[in-house]
Write a protein that binds this ligand. Structure first.
Ligand SMILES: Nc1nc(=O)c2c([nH]1)NC[C@@H]1CN(c3ccc(C(=O)N[C@@H](CCC(=O)O)C(=O)O)cc3)CN21
Ligand SMILES: O=c1ccn([C@H]2C[C@H](O)[C@@H](COP(=O)(O)O)O2)c(=O)[nH]1
Length: 282
């Protein structure tokens, strides 16, 4: 049984049974037809995954792991804010005529800052610190730049990834863990999508740093199910669970900037039928 399924089912049941509704409140997102997109929400959800046990992919339905990896590479490796650099079309609704989503996501990762050792962008600094000073408690990326928010087409949702190294007694290599802070989560459309993305990012960074990927702690401030998703979620969480798939990366890659979607290996991914055409609130 996939542990990610168990966590997903308990989170969704909790939101449905104990969540509060935003119905009647002033909300920003809209459905395609212009109707306000209300949610059932729960504040302060924390899910813990352990990549040493299994990869956290949902089996209730399929998570598009290649597309999820493509998006995380778009942000942290290509450092792009243009949807033309992305294979999927999930960001198209937030792009302008030139394909840009403004000073969001990848743009922020590429911004450089001055350090005693020279200028680094956010990702290069993470890779440098993990190599030179792995037990530092200051290793993180942060996409939430207040002074640029007015130029972002959507404010970053999963915005802060904190990397932390532990040396477990008897372990051959140090363990690389991550704490992901997310201010807002569309549980049906993107929860497992985001979890798998950051699990893959953790695996890539661990591999090029000579470490083992360990814990992924996902902290969500506003975990919500949109009104038009509630019945879909009710059906989804009643489905059978399968064992987690085996997910690995091409072990020959030693430079973070060399990873491509072809380096992702997914074996034995059994899952329920795909939910087609999930409406996305914009
Ligand atoms: N309301 C809302 N929810 C989101 O999840 C979301 C936004 N807005 N705005 C920006 C991005 C776009 N995101 C999305 C949008 C769609 C899918 C989606 O439809 N995924 C499909 C698979 C897509 C594929 O195969 O490439 C799925 O079945 O989950 C996922 C993430 C996440 N973000
Ligand atoms: O990676 C992502 C990106 C976006 N979301 C969801 C979370 C919310 O439903 C919307 C953003 O709306 P806000 O009003 O800015 O919170 O997009 C996600 O879950 N994961």
């Amino acid at each position: 049984m996939s542990k990610a399924d168990d966590l997903f089912v308990s989170m969704c049941s909790d939101i449905i049974e104990h969540g509060t509704t935003t119905e009647g409140q002033r909300v920003r997102p809209r459905w395609e037809d212009g109707t306000p997109a209300y949610t059932l929400k729960r504040f302060g959800v924390c899910n813990r995954y352990d990549l040493r046990e299994e990869f956290p992919a949902l089996t209730l339905r399929r998570t598009a792991l290649k597309s999820a990896l493509d998006e995380v590479l778009w942000i942290y490796q290509k450092k792009s804010n243009n949807v033309r650099d992305l294979r999927s079309h999930i960001w198209d609704a937030w792009a302008d005529e030139s394909g840009s989503i403004g000073k969001a996501y990848g743009y922020q990762v590429g911004v450089t800052s001055r350090y005693p050792e020279g200028d680094f962008d956010q990702m290069d600094r993470v890779l440098f610190d993990l190599r030179e000073n792995p037990y530092s408690r200051r290793i993180m990326t942060n996409l939430y730049t207040f002074s640029d928010l007015s130029e972002m087409h959507l404010y970053p949702c999963a915005f802060n990834a904190i990397y932390n190294v532990t040396q477990e007694p008897g372990a051959e290599r140090p363990t690389l863990n991550m704490l992901l802070v997310q201010r807002s989560q569309d549980v049906l459309a993107a929860n497992n999508w985001n979890v798998c993305q950051y699990a893959l990012l953790l695996m890539m960074v661990a591999q090029v740093s000579g470490m083992e990927a360990g814990g992924l702690v996902h902290m969500i401030a506003d975990a919500h199910i949109y009104d038009r998703h509630v019945d879909i979620v009710r059906e989804l969480i009643e489905r059978p669970h399968y064992p987690a798939p085996h997910v690995s990366l091409n072990p020959e890659v030693t430079d973070f900037y060399d990873f491509t979607c072809d380096d992702l290996v997914v074996e034995g991914y059994e899952h329920g039928p795909q939910v087609k055409n999930i409406p996305i609130a914009v």
